[in-house]
Design a binder for this molecule. Sequence first.
Ligand SMILES: Cc1cc2nc3c(=O)[nH]c(=O)nc-3n(C[C@H](O)[C@H](O)[C@H](O)COP(=O)(O)O)c2cc1C
Ligand code: SF4
Length: 393
Amino acid sequence: MNEKYPMIFSPDSIGNVELKNRIVMSAMGMNQSDDGFVTDAVLEHYAVRARGGIGLIIVEVSCVDAPLGKNTGNSLVIDNDKYIPGMQKLTDVIHAAGTKCFLQISHAGRGAFRRITGMQPVAPSAVSMPYSTMMELSNETPRELTVKEIHNIEEKYAQAAFRAKKAGFDGVEIHNTGYYLGQQFLSSVANVRTDEYGGNRENRIRFLLNIIRRIRELCGNEFPIAVKLSVVESGEDAGITMKDGIYYAKRLQDVGVNAIEVLAGVWSGTKGNVAKAVDEECQMTGLCQILKREIRKMTGKNSTIKIIGGGHVQHPQVAEKALEEHQCEFVFVGRELLVQPDFVKLIEEGREDEIKHCIGCGTCSRVQLQKGETCRCVLNPDVGQIIKENRVL
Ligand SMILES: Cc1cc2nc3c(=O)[nH]c(=O)nc-3n(C[C@H](O)[C@H](O)[C@H](O)COP(=O)(O)O)c2cc1C
Ligand code: SF4
């Protein structure tokens, strides 16, 4: 047992998948596939981080419907069986280090760019993606999906999850935050449909619940499903209230989802607001606590769904405290693992004073979404250095 951080280094499970510690690497798109296929660069990126001691790696945004669902040219794709062998190699290198892995399955919806897809983006409604101060981008007005098209995309998510299972992933995470389709269905501002997919919370979550039910049919009850959820949004174009978020979380628990990774969305916030929000360490744990309390109130029982909280985590003491106080069961870490792939190992070995910290400059995201480049980190020259030529088959 690690005496200084007993909570971080105690095992826990998501569904029946046991994780050796409580640190979860958040999905971070690197934009370094070769036309959707896993490359040597992708293998190396995750192998290094798995060897760094992380309990669970959520492998980055993988498109269930290419090219329509892509917002970067070289994102991973999982909409066809031809991607399975590369993904299998990826799960092998991660498992070889004793780390578990989930695949994040995703569709960009109105966040997909015509310069990448060659098509007008699609969305629940013809409401364009608002300007994001944080990312400094917006997008053209999307085309509203027909119900038949929605059914088709639901099936694509489920088939993608089935492929992930075949490739050896321990579970999947369904992407419902940020600039992506899942979130767009949940938002009353992005989704103004008047049919069974819009108009109230029950209808807005239908898309997500249909996907989950179908994944269960294809992959069975034992295959863990996590959902990355914007529990609340702020800013002028916010379309998810805290009440919505609580309702959505409860529905996810009812339908047997195994974990929620808790996020909050910011739309069109002023620069000052954004900076304030990102400065606070482990910023989502307050939201995690609210969700846990409200789920208990609604069901009369403690939540059985595991809660993954975090946001701007840089110091183990903060993670340990959140776990100790039962604010969440797992702590997600994103950018810190770009800067410092062996973040967990250094903590475990008592060498935390050697950890380099992310400075929050945003270069890693902006170069991908604005310039179409491979991810880079100003503090770690190894990130995104080997480009795509070696497709893994
Ligand atoms: C370069 C980069 C790529 C990202 N790509 C994804 C992604 O593929 N899927 C996703 O859900 N979130 C993505 N995110 C958001 C992270 O998963 C995470 O939620 C966010 O960075 C906050 O965690 P942090 O403060 O620990 O970095 C990305 C973030 C960064 C910096
Ligand atoms: S590029 Fe900047 S924001 Fe991104 S991980 Fe590196 S230091 Fe952090």
